[in-house]
Design a protein around this ligand. Structure first.
Ligand code: GRF
Length: 202
């Protein structure tokens, strides 16, 4: 059966990568196959998650020269059809986005357009939501373009903020109730579009 070859780009704990791996194991990622993990620094837990799942993992340090060239080369070598940014803390240049022809999606831990854009990542997003006093937050999966968190929205899921929430408690709830649910669903939606294009071109 035709499937879309997926690369997942990570920077840290890899819990969103794990959600994708578990969805694939459960047969919920039927149109795609996680074929490559790219970690932008060594020693992060996402690398061991990829290893445990038997997925090829390339460590390409973001801080070293030629980062984007090496990423593009890895995507080409592994014949990647689509890229999923899962806890990736970098911002790819417009040049890379132009040169990689396939779709790229990202998970953001808020309901875009709230609490997003430059400087809004990790716990900072949840701290901003608590500081503002919103009663509902959540997560968004969107296409990646040259504007940080600016691409077309694919899926969103709301999560209640509860009395006594700290940024850490809220982050965990948003991950469990929204991120880890949405990202596999969005990856399957995009992969299915790729497969139907492949099938219609046969
Ligand atoms: C989390 O804050 C998540 O919301 C964001 O990146 C952080 C780490 O995610 N997307 P992960 O555990 O590395 O997937």
């Amino acid at each position: 059966m035709l499937t879309a070859r997926i690369a997942v780009v990570v920077s840290g704990g890899g819990t969103n990568l794990q959600a994708l791996i578990d969805a694939q194991t459960r047969g919920e990622l039927k149109s795609g196959r996680i074929s490559l993990v790219i970690a932008d620094k060594d020693g992060v837990q996402a690398i061991s998650r990829a290893g445990a799942a038997g997925i090829v993992c390339a460590v390409i340090p973001r801080k070293e020269p030629g980062f984007e060239e090496k990423v593009l080369s890895a995507l080409e070598t592994h014949k990647i059809d689509m890229v999923v940014l899962a806890g990736f803390l970098g911002i790819f240049s417009a040049d890379l986005l132009r040169r990689f022809q396939g779709p790229m999606i990202n998970i953001h831990p808020a309901l875009i357009p709230s609490f997003c854009g430059k400087g809004f990542y990790g716990l900072r997003v949840h701290q901003a939501a608590l500081d503002y006093g919103v009663k509902v937050t959540g997560a968004t999966v969107h296409y990646v373009n040259e504007v940080a968190d600016g691409g077309e929205i694919i899926l969103q899921k709301a999560v209640d903020i509860l009395p006594g929430d700290t940024p850490e408690i809220l982050q965990r709830r948003v991950m469990e109730q929204a991120e880890w649910v949405l990202l596999p669903q969005a990856a399957e939606l995009v992969a299915a579009q790729i497969v139907s294009k492949k099938e219609s071109s046969i």
